[in-house]
Design a protein around this ligand. Structure first.
Ligand SMILES: Nc1ncnc2c1ncn2[C@@H]1O[C@H](COP(=O)(O)OP(=O)(O)OP(=O)(O)O)[C@@H](O)[C@H]1O
Ligand SMILES: [Mg+2]
Length: 315
């Protein structure tokens, strides 16, 4: 079985909805649903991979604080390896406030905390223990970007590991900084906005083609309710529709998609089969609040979540 090092952003997500307008300074609003969960691209994808029976170790940085301890124990409870998790002595565990709009689209207020210090040296010693490297959240990792990210991926390639990367929506200059990594990627995942920021293209097929022309072997553009497209280095396009489900919160849909996709792909599945695996996981995710409730069913943290939306968590 492929042993995956899933490295990158992990944090605590405070997911609140439905929010269609922010309160003016000094005012208050009362959203119906609030849920506290583990989150971040690497965390969500790691939990999803374990759900699908993959062997997965989480690589990242948390703080030496209670939130970091919660993330570590949640990962362990979900059978995700934590030997590549560093406790940062100086920075707190990352935190995102996730605002969910009517229709389920999410916006983030992200405080990176310890994620900002994640570096290649944290992860390199673990490459010899695994057979695949996945980076989740590229574009918002302050240090693991540009030449440092390229170095890590090149090192993985030298060791014979296939590599994949999923971006998060960072500032446009940080997204351009990812170009050097692309020649060392077997699979590059972006969503529509991220793909535009990296390639300058608007059309999904042009984004995917642009990413393979920059060096990725395969590029996958996730398109929310419009599905996803996958392009190989010969510009062959395979697309997959999204499943017709009612979305309440799209937080982590892309991370779940990547978990579903990789679980099929690393088991030898075809591009079509992998896309369908991704779409099924993405569709499961959007029907629940938060990025992992679709595969981690548990009661809300006492005192942090009311009962509205609970029927979505426990249909
Ligand atoms: N409304 C929806 N209905 C059905 N499936 C959806 C919906 N939204 C997303 N998906 C599925 O999830 C996949 C990934 O979603 P999306 O494009 O929103 O990724 P993303 O922006 O990277 O998400 P995130 O960064 O929040 O993890 C889509 O390709 C699709 O298969
Ligand atoms: Mg995403």
């Amino acid at each position: 079985m492929t042993a995956i090092l899933c490295a990158g952003v992990l944090c605590v997500d405070v997911v609140v909805g439905v929010v269609d307008v922010l309160p003016p300074p000094g005012d208050i609003l009362f959203p119906e649903t609030a849920t506290v969960t583990g989150g971040g691209s690497a965390y969500n994808t790691g939990i999803g991979l374990a759900h699908f029976g993959c062997s997965v170790t989480l690589g990242g940085r948390i703080g030496r604080d209670p939130l970091g301890a919660v993330l570590r124990s949640e990962l362990e409870a979900c059978q995700v390896g934590t030997s590549a998790l560093q406790s940062d002595p100086h920075r707190p565990t990352g935190l995102s406030v996730v605002l969910v709009s009517p229709g389920g689209e999410r916006s983030f207020l992200h405080h990176p905390g310890a994620n900002a210090a994640l570096c290649s040296a944290d992860l390199e010693p673990h490459l010899t223990q695994v057979s695949w490297l996945h980076i989740g959240g590229a574009g918002v990792l302050a240090q693991l970007t540009g030449a440092e990210l390229t170095h890590l991926l090149r090192r993985a390639r030298e060791l014979g590991l296939p590599t994949s990367m999923d971006t998060a929506t960072g500032p446009s200059v940080a997204m351009m900084d990812l170009h050097g990594a692309l020649p060392y990627l077997d699979l590059c995942f972006v969503n529509h906005l991220e793909g535009t920021l990296v390639t300058g293209c608007q059309n999904p097929n042009a984004i995917a083609t642009g990413l393979v022309d920059l060096g990725a072997r395969y590029a996958c553009v996730k398109l929310g309710g419009d599905g996803a497209v996958l392009v190989n280095s010969k510009h062959r396009v395979v697309s997959c529709a999204a499943l017709p489900v009612r979305a309440v919160d799209t937080t982590g849909a892309g991370d779940a998609f990547v978990a579903g996709f990789l679980s099929v792909w690393t088991a030898g599945g075809s591009p079509e089969e992998a896309l369908h695996g991704g779409a099924a996981a993405g569709a499961a995710c959007v029907q629940h609040w938060g990025g992992t409730s679709w595969c981690v069913h548990k009661d809300p943290v006492p005192g942090t979540s009311d009962t509205v939306g609970k029927e979505e968590l426990h249909p």
